[in-house]
Design a protein around this ligand. Sequence first.
Ligand code: ZN
Length: 454
Amino acid sequence: MSVEVIAIGGYEEVGKNMTAVKIGEDVIIFDMGIHLDRINIHEDTDIDRMHSLDLIERGIIPDDTLMKDVDGKVKGIIFSHGHLDHIGAVAKLAHRYDAPLIGTPYTTALVEKQIKGERKFKVNNPIRPLNPGSKMKLSKNITLEFVQSTHSIPQAVFPVLHTPEGIIVYALDFKFDNHQKVSPPPDYKRLRELGRKGVLTLIVETTNAKNTEEVKTYSERIARNILEDVMHGPLYEKKGMIVTTFASHIERVQAIADIAKKSHREIYFLGRSMERFCGIAQKQGILKLPKNASIYGSPKAVNKALMRADEDREKYLLVTTGHQGEPDALLPRIASNRTPFNIKEGDNVIISAPIIPNPTNAANRHIMESKLRSKGARIYSNAHVSGHAGREDHREFLRMLKPQHIIPAHGDLSMLAAYGELAEEEGYRIGYNVHILRNSQAQVFENERAHGGN
Ligand SMILES: [Zn+2]
């Protein structure tokens, strides 16, 4: 029985992740993501009415047309976590496969939301939630296991395939964080056990691989401390106050709510994506908001909330989308006077997010910050820690799993190569047991000896 890993999307870019693994006659798909910055889509925009082939042509969703030449039956579509670069294309692609959609309960609830918003295709695939730490049989030969992981969204897991040829671990995306409040620490014990059993292939993210600093990524506990420090002054000033962060980063949202809980301010979480990610998290008991917090999603409700806040600015804390300066998101609209809330001299704006590095974001963020500053706002930038493994976390991970083969993913070729170099420090060799693939290339493993792709 041969094992083949097919790179579909996310191997030449950060975005639109999708990988297929063929084990004998069975095919398993990991993730169906969109490329967020290809058309300047942000968390509040959707692509509901567009056709898949249009989106493929524009490089917005993975080009899975090559799957028609793969000789095998798809047994499951597995989502590692709920970020849009991992689930955002589900409504455009999943209906082509007669297979269930599998993820943790939080992830599958987000997948369901994606499907509900779809206007072009009917997606009737069954949805099967699976808890972290649990297993599910996908076929006679393949069992799926979700190993607890941590990232910047709740219920991120390492999906693991147990196959007759060995174990395949899919590690997009992760950090090793032992101190989150919303998520338990990664299951290191199980990862070491898998390493002892025999991992054939590790497919692994490379977001921070080009950062050659020998660091472990700091815990969210540090981000909480940074926010505590940064928010303390503004919370008690008689000025307007806005914090912007990732709507999906529930750990961070919880920290913001906890810090502001004891203040006299009403906390307003604003915007459609805040409503989506936080609303589901609240419903599932993952996010616990205090009494003085509310979520407003619809444009009408957001406008009303902003009107109240504009009149009595020192009584509210606004938590908004738009940290990248995306022109249609809320904070950039506030900055451009396109909402009922007007920035005044001395208002405080805290940005709890990095600039996700691409020229569009850098330009958008610069424009937004300039506008805010010109109105007299005081800006606190980069109150943030990364959600992705650092170099020393990756090293640790390789020592735990001891995979025979590695496929770096979730990056452009320079990131994949940088990960390859790190793996070489751990005794691997690029081209021998570290395989750098482009989108649409495949790597076959037979009798535990690899030969080249097509
Ligand atoms: Zn992610």
